[in-house]
Ligand binder design. Structure first.
Ligand SMILES: O=C(O)CCC(=O)C(=O)O
Ligand SMILES: [Fe+2]
Length: 326
């Protein structure tokens, strides 16, 4: 077909009152395909629609917030040693390498161990916490703490010094011995798990019992549910350990421990009596505690540093003889 002829046909004006669609159809009739007929395949319409739907689903998947929740340790399971190794935050790694020397490999991550502290020990620790915390009356709400090292004890919006209260017979020698025994076990387990010589790890402050309730907190400092990095909150921390002293889902509702990881991923630890959670305290372990919805949640935070200058010693009953302020 000559080019002249083709132009002539395209120029052909449709008849008056002919609807637009018809016009196109007419055009299609007149225009002969230059490259031959369009290829077709069986069920073409079906497959085209399927591809459209699939494409839409893909777009929705990649633009949605893609939340992923993993229960790292369930309340009803007993874990010997569950670990997750993660890369250390840069500044944390730098600080630890400076303190430990190039020969020590700094390892970061999280570990849950349900068998290094026994249930009986955890129950005794819970009793120590309850007795001390009850001295200042009904829970004010939010988080209350008792620090046997400094004597700091929550009292409403303030703290009082437990050792200045002169409460005779509150604790026995055995209570302090138990505290030390448990601290040593955690110290050894932590050093072993993070591949560090235990003499390069020191107890540091603050190390404290906590009680969390569903009541509104007395001050913003008692709002325990905010995401944070322990190294930023408590400067001397390099490794954090927590021993849970009662049970999620039995003694209290809510109050699960949550690691907030990149890409909207969260990893959850459900508290259970005698469960030990240990983790590196740098920016690789952003975490929070969910709000307690009912009941009272008890735990003890035992913290460790690799900086000898920040070391503290175990608490002792002799402090009851003195009223030194904290
Ligand atoms: O009680 C817990 O499970 C964690 C508390 C905590 O993150 C903290 O005291 O820094
Ligand atoms: Fe924390």
């Amino acid at each position: 077909m000559s080019g002249e002829g083709l132009r002539e046909r395209i120029r052909k004006v449709p008849e008056e009152n002919t609807p637009r669609e018809t016009e196109d159809e007419n055009d299609a009739d007149i225009r002969e395909p230059i490259f031959g007929p369009m290829p077709t395949f069986p069920y073409q319409r079906f497959w085209t629609r399927m591809m459209l739907i699939f494409g839409t689903l893909l777009v929705v998947y990649f633009t949605s917030n893609n939340e992923k929740v993993v229960i790292f340790a369930k309340q009803n399971e007993k874990l010997n040693h569950r670990r997750q190794e993660i890369p250390c935050n840069k500044s944390y790694l730098y600080e630890l390498t400076n303190l430990l020397g190039e020969n020590e490999k700094v390892r970061c991550g999280r570990i849950v161990m349900d068998s290094i502290v026994n249930v009986q020990e955890a129950k005794k620790l819970a009793e120590i916490a309850r007795k001390g915390l009850s001295l200042t009356g009904e829970p004010a709400g939010g988080a209350s703490i008792l620090d046997l090292h400094s004597g700091a004890l929550s009292a409403g919006k303030n703290f009082v010094n437990l050792y200045a209260l002169n409460v005779s017979g509150l604790y026995s020698n055995e209570d302090f011995d138990l505290y030390k025994t448990v601290r040593r076990k955690v110290h050894e387990a932590l050093a072993f798990s993070f591949d560090l010589p235990s003499e390069k790890l020191f107890l540091t402050k603050p190390t404290f019992f906590s009680r969390l309730t569903a009541k509104p907190p007395a001050t913003v400092h008692d709002e325990y549910w905010h995401s944070h990095v322990d190294k930023e909150t408590y400067e001397s921390f390099h490794y954090t350990s927590l021993i849970y002293l009662n049970d999620f889902g039995i003694d209290f509702e809510g109050g699960r421990f949550v690691f907030d990881d990149p890409d909207n991923h969260t990893s959850i630890i459900e508290p259970k009596t005698a469960r030990v959670l240990m983790f590196s305290s740098g920016g690789e372990n952003i975490h929070r505690v969910e709000k307690v919805l009912s009941g009272q949640r008890f735990a003890i935070t035992i913290s460790f540093t690799c900086d000898k200058r920040k070391a503290i010693s175990d608490p002792s009953i002799t402090r009851f003889g003195s009223s030194k302020s904290f």
